[in-house]
Design a protein around this ligand. Structure first.
Ligand SMILES: Nc1ncnc2c1ncn2[C@@H]1O[C@H](COP(=O)(O)OP(=O)(O)OP(=O)(O)O)[C@@H](O)[C@H]1O
Ligand SMILES: [Mg+2]
Length: 1041
């Protein structure tokens, strides 16, 4: 506890000395690839912090101390790998050694593996699903649709094509023409039927037109779509069930209705979509708790893989369907948000609610007001905050019935924790009817969080698959045993007959450890750095026997082909070597397309081993039979207990493994620290509101006053008392009172020109209002550390913006924080500079960066003249972005600038997000009107840095550039094409697309299309509604009188 306190005191005391300079994460409209990483600048460069993007959870782990143990191992590996002769020799020895050492797996032969239980059961499932009819496993709405679109299956033969007619665009309704490939396979080749189709298309379009027309003539009542009878019957049944459930919920808390107050269809959908037949006992207990029934706030904490999500989902469905209010679900990473959107879209389609994405560049502020159906907003931490702000601003916060926070312990982690805390504190303060539910696997001081959230708590130690924890020291394996004296008991000696060369190459016996499980079972090897992931993957493959190549050979071959096709013909040479063995590295250096493909292959078992950074522990759900921690470090930092727990928690897959194992490899020197690591309680979770100064408390105060949540000193102090910081203030900053802290930081904001004091009679009534600059910073969610410099840069731009190319504009939207982390390669800088046109060079000259300076840097000469390093670095990153916009090829830019492709992708996402922040900043400041139109276009260009035709497809959750290209080439050219696609046809016409992905793409597209149609209808009705302040007859006659 004290540790947290003293850390904070240190940070607070340096604040005055190292006053931050400008830049910022925006928590609002634009997004956070840069957000979390936008950190207050102090005298020393801060490490890049992870953020809403799918960056590494524990920071950038690309490098570690040159003389560290890890660095030495790393170097040794690299050297050996670069020496082909040694490598080949070692490989021979290794394979031999393995046959003796790797033991069972290699000796057992592949015939045994094929019949192994988990694999065979997986196979059986796959075969069964392949044998099932094309409609099996699809949402019933789509079954109806396919029944109509294809040759009618038995029992559906009496359904006539015209029954599909819809008067209003509907979620399940085909609206536009089919893409060619789809049409070819759907349609009867006779002209009559195509004629009929054309006729029905026309009538559909006509009916839509009529709908608008009828609305325009004053009939603002909701349209009643004409459904097919079967469909109508189904919907009636469902709505009856929902209304019974609603009544049940209102009348009594004892009678829980068919399925926890929900229609029994929900239970069927869980069986159908997720294979969940029955709730775990704890899930049932938790859902039937009195506090849950009474809608009290709740925190529940269970080990990893305990099944926490299902409980949250049922509660969310209750809120959406029975209480008929919107729900916000906050998740830590973009990738997880997208996974959840894909998973829940089919529920939305079946049960009639919207699933809206608030991540990356997606999300509307304030959200669109829906006419009837309710919305489930799935958001990252930053987007969730912006959403809540916008609901408060528009007086709609009461429409939010429930907020669910996954991984609640993140409230204690950096600026993202501070943002999460602000969000929850604002909800608590402004809406008494919004329920808050938080879940986590790694919470220690839950009492503090309970006090903050005024929540009940539920905990259980349930884990569906037992987890056995092991430690490895030299060749001895110990089991973690809390009852033993030193916390561990000897388990076995590792059976490895390593040759001398192999020993040298693999001193940690990784090869022996992984070959005990792969390829039958999956295995994750957590490595401290990204570089190390790549080295370990290559090293392991060097020593795997050739037999591994035969395991699921075809799928791996397909994977390589697919990696190539999504990357415009490029494949990472390391992956090219490792994938045939079923091995891949996984870290933020990969592009999102690559990551997605590799994850998919891992989930199906085609890949059996990932060497990964800690990102994977908190990221997507990729469990393994065995989890190996290569060293007790993340980069140079010793592991925290919560990190350790998260990583080992990936071991054991519910329903597949009977047991999960973790092995932590340690050296003698780390023994003491590791024995503390395995025995001590989890770290406490502390508020970062004050520690994250410009992104925390200052941003909070600005928004409290900007949104008029609290504008005078008393109210702000009262608000602060209700934050987690307020609860922990006596631990975190005991030398000052909450009021003193509040006064001090309000003064600071006033001095910065972001707030202004109102003129009042008594100092006691001191109140504030936000200035124009303050509002612009708040609206643009600009890190207050950078708002001054942004203002100055934009102002300077007004004097001479070079618009002959995009370079100058790009420079203005290159995130400050990413620039401050950047170390240019001067030779590349110089080369790029020399290739600029005179107009482009003029941009550099205006910014004060000369060719001469860069040339001198490149040739290593000393430079006397002072040049602003931040500007030089920022311009370098602008070059990267500028080249990317011109070439739209991440791979070639990555090569040109010698930067990892994953980094370039996050730079692009960061710039897109910051560009949108700057746009909102400019919208609030009249003097910057000229930037507005320019930035709208630039933001679009940066957000979808691809060929324009792919943009509509990429709007669909989970469709990235590579996939969009494939779909486009297969004839799916618009959102409407995708929404009407038949997943079975998609699988056949698009290479390497799994059935699950195809269904998710179609569901997400349907959902998005429906959302758009609904928004248009809402707009029409809004337009035709008489204004609320329309002068009435009585009013005008009174006036006359
Ligand atoms: N009642 C159930 N029956 C069978 N499988 C279940 C059940 N509940 C959840 N699962 C499955 O268990 C797996 C783990 O569940 P979930 O992701 O909810 O765990 P979690 O508690 O959130 O873990 P973490 O802390 O790692 O996020 C999922 O694949 C989920 O589908
Ligand atoms: Mg979870």
């Amino acid at each position: 506890m004290d540790e947290g306190g003293s850390r904070l005191r240190r940070r607070v005391s340096v604040r005055k000395r190292a006053r931050p300079s400008p830049g910022e994460p925006r928590q609002e409209r634009a997004e956070e690839p840069g957000a979390g990483s936008r950190r207050r600048r102090t005298a020393e460069a801060q490490p890049l912090q992870s953020n809403d993007s799918d960056e590494d959870l524990f920071g950038d782990c690309d490098s570690f101390a040159e003389n560290s143990f890890l660095a030495q191992v790393d170097d040794a590996e690299r050297q050996c790998m670069q020496d082909p002769e040694r490598g080949a020799h070692a490989a021979g020895l290794g394979a031999e050694g393995l046959r003796g050492a790797g033991g069972a797996a290699a000796a057992g032969g592949f015939a045994d593996w094929e019949t192994d239980e988990p694999v065979s059961s997986r196979r059986r499932r796959e075969e069964a699903s392949a044998q099932r009819g094309p409609w099996d496993g699809l949402p019933s709405s789509q079954v109806l649709y396919f029944g109509n679109a294809e040759n009618p299956p038995a029992g559906a033969g009496d359904r006539r094509p015209e029954e599909r007619g819809w008067e209003a665009p509907s979620l399940d309704a085909p609206i536009e023409a089919f893409p060619r490939s789809s049409v070819e396979q759907h349609q009867q080749p006779d002209d009559a039927s195509s004629e009929a189709r054309r006729g029905s298309e026309e009538s559909r379009r006509k009916s839509l037109k009529e709908h608008l027309k009828s609305a325009m003539t004053g009939n603002a009542r909701a349209q009643t779509p004409v459904f097919s009878r079967t469909k109508q019957l189904k919907e009636t049944l469902l709505s009856e069930e929902i209304s019974v459930a609603q009544k049940t919920m209102e009348s009594s808390s004892d009678d829980l209705g068919p399925f926890y107050s929900l229609p029994s269809k929900v239970r069927d959908l869980y069986v159908q979509f997720k294979g969940i037949e029955k709730l775990y006992e704890w899930q049932h207990t938790c859902l039937t708790l009195n506090s849950v029934q009474e809608r009290k706030n709740l925190i529940y904490s269970l080990p990893t893989s305990g099944g926490k999500t299902l409980v949250a989902e049922i509660l969310m469905l209750q809120e959406l369907l029975c209480r008929r209010r919107d729900v916000l679900m906050i998740l830590p990473y973009v990738a997880i948000v997208q996974e959840k959107i894909s998973g829940l879209s089919s529920f939305g389609i079946e049960l009639g609610f919207f699933v809206e994405e608030y991540a990356g560049s997606k999300g509307k502020f304030p959200p669109i007001k829906r006419r009837e159906k309710k919305s489930l907003y799935i958001a990252t931490i930053e987007k969730g905050h912006s959403l809540v702000n916008s609901l408060i601003e528009t007086g709609r916060i009461g429409s939010l019935g429930l907020v669910v926070v996954d991984e609640l312990h993140m409230i204690g982690e950096g600026s993202r924790g501070a943002i999460l805390e602000m969000t929850l504190a604002k909800i608590l303060y402004t809406s008494k009817t919004t329920q808050i539910i938080g879940m986590s696997a790694t919470l220690n001081n839950v009492e503090d969080l309970q006090e903050f959230l005024q929540a009940e708590c539920y905990t259980s130690q349930f884990r569906p698959v037992e987890l056995k924890e092991y430690l490895k020291i030299n060749d001895a394996i110990y089991e973690v045993d809390n009852k033993a004296e030193n916390g561990m008991t000897f388990s076995r000696l590792l059976n490895c007959q390593y040759s001398d060369t192999l020993k040298k190459m693999d001193p940690d016996h990784l090869v022996a450890l992984v070959t005990e499980v792969i390829p039958n079972y999956s295995c994750l090897v957590f490595c401290p750095t990204k570089k190390n992931c790549e080295n370990v993957a290559e090293m392991i493959c060097k020593f795997l026997s050739k037999e591994y190549l035969k395991h699921r050979e075809k799928e791996k071959h397909e994977l390589i082909k697919n990696l190539k096709s999504i990357s415009g013909g490029n494949v990472c040479p390391i992956l090219k070597r490792t994938v045939p063995f079923g091995v891949a590295y996984h870290h933020s250096g990969l592009t999102s397309d690559e990551r997605r493909l590799l994850e998919e292959a891992y989930s199906t078992g085609a890949l059996c081993l990932f060497t990964c950074t800690s990102t994977l522990a908190a990221g997507v759900n990729l469990p393994a039979r065995r989890v190996i921690l290569r060293a007790p470090y993340v980069a140079k930092e010793f592991l925290k207990r919560s990190q350790y727990k998260q990583m080992i928690g990936r071991a054991g897959r519910a329903g597949i493994d009977s047991v999960g194992e973790s092995v932590l490899i340690l050296q003698e020197k780390d023994k003491q620290q590791v024995s503390e690591l395995i025995s001590r309680p989890l770290e406490n979770c502390y508020s970062h509101l004050v520690q994250e100064f410009t992104k925390g408390i200052q941003t909070l105060f600005l928004s409290l006053i900007g949104l008029k949540i609290a504008t005078n000193l008393d109210d702000i102090c009262h608000f602060m008392g209700g934050t987690l910081f307020g609860v922990q203030q006596k631990i975190l900053l005991k030398e000052k009172s909450l009021r003193e802290i509040t006064v001090e930081w309000l003064r600071d904001l006033t001095e910065k020109g972001l707030l202004q004091k109102d003129v009042v009679d008594k100092p006691k009534d001191e109140s504030f209002h936000i200035t124009k600059l303050g509002r612009a910073s708040f609206k643009g969610t600009i890190d207050l550390a950078y708002c001054d410099i942004l203002y100055r840069d934009l102002k300077k731009g007004l004097e001479g913006l070079v618009l002959e190319s995009l370079l100058h504009l790009i420079y203005l939207t290159t995130p400050y924080d990413m620039a401050s982390q950047c170390v240019p390669d001067w030779m590349i800088y110089f080369r790029q500079f020399s290739q600029l046109s005179p107009a482009e060079q003029n941009v550099a000259a205006l910014l004060g960066v000369s060719e001469n300076f860069i040339g001198k840097k490149a040739s290593g000469q000393a430079i006397k003249k002072k040049v602003d390093k931040d500007i030089v670095n920022r311009l370098y990153l602008s070059f990267v972005l500028y080249t990317l916009l011109k070439e739209t090829n991440i791979w070639s830019v990555s090569e040109k600038f010698n930067m990892p492709r994953g980094y370039i992708q996050s730079l692009l996402a960061g710039a897109a997000s910051f560009s949108s922040c700057v746009l909102h900043f400019c919208e609030e400041l009249e003097e910057f009107w000229v930037y507005r139109a320019l930035l709208v276009e630039l933001t679009k260009k940066l957000t979808y840095c691809v060929k324009a035709e792919l943009i509509p497809l990429m709007e669909v959750t989970g469709v990235l550039e590579g996939r969009a290209k494939q779909l486009y080439n297969a004839g799916y050219k618009s959102l409407i094409h995708l929404a009407n696609a038949n997943p079975e046809v998609l699988i056949r016409t698009v290479d390497h697309l799994s059935r699950r992905q195809a269904k998710q793409i179609v569901s997400s597209a349907k959902m998005l299309l429906h959302e758009k149609a609904e928004a248009l209808q809402e707009e029409v009705e809004e337009l035709l509604r008489p204004p609320s302040d329309f002068p009435s007859v009585e009013a005008s006659s009174t006036e006359k009188a």
